[in-house]
Design a protein around this ligand. Structure first.
Ligand code: CIR
Length: 263
């Protein structure tokens, strides 16, 4: 089986703006501390580099408080990239700002046609298909447009539902290898991962479901020891990264980078 869903040569990240203290959030648990956020971001970039990834760090965009969460702006595949249409109105311009950087690394960059919306946090690309969860940020029109955009590259898009009250599909799941998914029980219980091996996160450790497999390692947010142990017991090498400040504005580890290997 190929490993294109978790082997990455490149990543794009963006420096957190000072305005990240105004980032969108479902519940106010206090603002992120800018200095700590910056330190965590630096450690994240270093960890990607140590995992063998060539990382671009784009300049901060103060006018977009959530612009550090680059994952939501595009879908990056081997054949090309698709610039997405974020469903949060304050984030719409972030995709436009990302588009030229994708043009630097890809010979083909496509644009979602609109009027639908898709955010990258709702997309999980596995070895065999692209799963997209409908959410408050991603609608059926957007998913249909995405399906159209990647069809001639040979990808199948399967529409699913992000659990109610959950920001993104991938807030609740991540890929551990080509056929293994880490998930919250509330999502895996829906049966949407039939055919995959599922590792459920421990009760009360739901944020751990947003982890990322990068080459030979799995990055997991620190502070979720039971789930970390489950992933290690399943045979994966885990690197724990601090993510407390992003979590205050609903950001997980996947959101902080676009990871890809252009062909
Ligand atoms: C937002 O609500 O859009 C940001 N505060 C968090 C985005 C997190 N992105 C992601 O899960 N892919």
């Amino acid at each position: 089986m190929s490993e294109r869903s978790f082997r990455f040569s490149h990543a794009i990240t963006r420096r957190p703006p000072l305005s990240a203290v105004h980032g969108l959030r479902a519940e106010d648990v206090g603002n992120p501390d800018s200095d700590v956020l910056m330190r965590h971001h630096d450690a994240y970039v270093l960890a990607l580099r140590q995992a063998g990834v060539d990382v671009s760090v784009l300049d901060a965009l103060e006018e977009f408080p959530d612009s550090l969460f680059v994952e939501d702006t595009a879908l990056c595949l081997q054949e090309g990239a698709v610039v997405l249409r974020p469903g949060a109105p304050t984030r719409f311009g972030e995709s436009m700002a990302m588009s030229p950087h994708l043009g630097d690394v890809y010979s083909e960059v496509r644009q979602l046609a609109g009027p639908g919306f898709v955010e990258g946090g709702d997309i999980l690309t596995t070895e065999t298909e692209i799963l997209v969860g409908r959410s408050a940020r991603t609608n059926a029109e957007g998913i249909a447009e995405l399906r159209e955009a990647v069809a001639d590259w040979g990808y199948t898009v399967r529409e699913l539902t992000t659990p109610p009250g959950v920001l993104h599909f991938k807030s609740d799941c991540s890929l551990l290898d080509g056929s293994t998914i880490l998930s919250t029980p509330r999502l895996s219980a829906s049966g949407c991962f039939e055919g995959y091996t599922v590792v459920d996160v421990a009760e009360g450790e739901e944020p751990a479901a947003n982890s990322i497999r990068v080459n030979d390692v799995v990055f997991m947010p620190s502070g979720f020891p039971l789930t970390t142990e489950r992933v290690r017991d399943a045979g994966f090498v885990v690197i724990e990264l601090e993510n407390s400040e992003c979590q205050k504005i609903d950001g997980g580890l996947s959101c902080l980078s676009l990871r890809f290997t252009p062909s």
